[in-house]
Ligand binder design. Structure first.
Ligand code: GLA
Length: 408
């Protein structure tokens, strides 16, 4: 009898296990809108330490960036020290003498979250110890430290399957029980948009961004891409993005030296792409113009729109492109991008403007409905869509509008 019960119990457990859904691969509650934050790499590369991270957290608050929506402070490559005799990773003791837990406590005390970086290979792109073969141990360490975000790179990964390696780390994160946003950084090599949504919250679609508007930087064995080059590489990917899973065209170069018109165009296009907005400049020390771009609340609201629909290039006429992004409540964002070095005239006859977006099935129809027009950068209302819109887009700049249906 006792034996029978035992047997029955065992059979029940086996049945239960086989009917249980497999363990979720990522936290389903994170990144409902594109993640926002700051990352050390674009400006500082391997030069980061705890003092700087604290100062960045302070600046996030003092500049108003936190209140504008920036949430994650992410330490990219090179925070690492060595593994201990049990295999646990530790930070570089000279650069992080107080340890990562103290740092995350500090960042949390400012109402912000702390992100960290690792890599699926044996070593990171900056030749530091990476997570291959230590996935569960590293995830556990990050969780103990109070980490909220993991960017996971793809250097030194010979022989690994990308989907397999990212899934292993996703499961390791889930096993810790801590909500950690998982950012896949394998540069689009293995079409992460096709499988990334169940594994992580965002995936890089391209190689690294380079701090220029329209150029390609050759690095010998690899290339980095300017803003316009990265923009063009997003073609055909919008249907893969949505709440909880985003295309990531790489971190912002706003504030790293481009002229202000190019910075505005760069930021606006990342807004239209529903891209993660991860600042990559020294926010402790930036111009008012750069800060005004990074914290334009109406631009950010377009990026953070709850529908989470990535915008699309609707028209191209030489250097002038028209981008559209459907928004909640029937609003639309319209962005005129001038890629060229000369100003460009733009004319829009609302009487003949009707577009149905194949992907979202949403329609904008200014020939039938009247909309109010708001200029996002001028911060001005421009009346209604009853009279023709005529303007000039300065060289390598944008005009970004939000139009809102008026009640008939
Ligand atoms: C890769 C990534 C970058 C950055 C560096 C760090 O190049 O794509 O974003 O993380 O590694 O070494």
């Amino acid at each position: 009898m006792k034996m029978n019960n035992l047997l029955r119990g065992a059979i029940c457990s086996i049945l239960l296990l086989s009917f249980m859904p497999s363990m979720a691969q990522k936290d389903p509650d994170l990144a409902k809108t594109p993640p926002m934050g700051w990352n050390s790499w674009n400006k500082f590369q391997c030069n980061l330490d705890e003092q700087m991270v604290r100062e960045i957290a302070d600046a996030m608050v003092a500049t108003g960036m936190r209140d504008a929506g920036y949430e994650y402070v992410v330490m990219d490559d090179c925070w690492h020290g060595q593994r201990d005799s049990l295999g646990f990773i530790h930070p570089n003791p000279e650069h992080f003498p107080s340890g990562i837990k103290a740092l995350s406590d500090y960042v949390h005390s400012k109402g912000l979250k702390l992100g960290i970086y690792s890599c699926a290979g044996n070593t990171t792109c900056g030749h530091r110890p990476a997570s291959r073969g230590h996935e569960y141990q590293d995830a556990l360490q990050y969780a103990k430290w109070g980490i909220d975000y993991l960017k996971y790179d793809w250097c030194d990964t010979e022989g690994l399957s990308a989907r397999g390696a990212y899934t292993t780390m996703a499961e390791a994160i889930m096993a810790t029980g801590r909500p950690i946003l998982f950012s896949l950084c394998e540069w689009g090599n293995n079409k992460p948009w096709e499988w990334g949504a169940s594994v992580g919250h965002m995936w890089r679609t391209t190689g690294d961004i380079y701090n220029c508007f329209d150029c390609v930087k050759e690095h010998g064995t690899w290339k980095a891409f300017g803003v316009m080059q990265i923009l063009d590489m997003q073609d055909g990917l919008r249907q893969y993005a949505g709440p909880g899973h985003w295309n990531d065209p790489d971190m912002l170069e706003v504030g790293n030296g481009m002229p202000i018109n190019q910075e505005r165009a760069h930021f606006s296009m990342w807004v239209m792409l529903a891209a993660p907005l991860i600042a990559g400049n020294d926010i402790r020390n930036m111009s008012q113009e750069t800060l005004d771009i990074l914290t334009n609340k109406e631009a950010i609201a377009i990026n953070q729109d709850t529908l989470g629909i990535q915008g699309f290039r609707y028209a191209k006429d030489g250097d002038l492109e028209t981008w559209l992004k459907p928004l909640a409540n029937g609003d639309w964002a319209i962005c005129f991008l001038n890629r060229g070095k000369e100003p460009c005239k733009v004319e829009m006859d609302w009487n003949f403007f009707r577009v149905e977006d194949d992907f979202s099935k949403l329609t904008i129809d200014t020939s039938k409905d009247k909309y109010t027009i708001r200029d996002i950068w001028q911060k001005k209302n421009l009346g209604k869509t009853s009279k023709m819109f005529k303007s000039t887009v300065p060289a390598q700049d944008v005009i970004m509008l939000r139009i809102c249906k008026t009640v008939k």
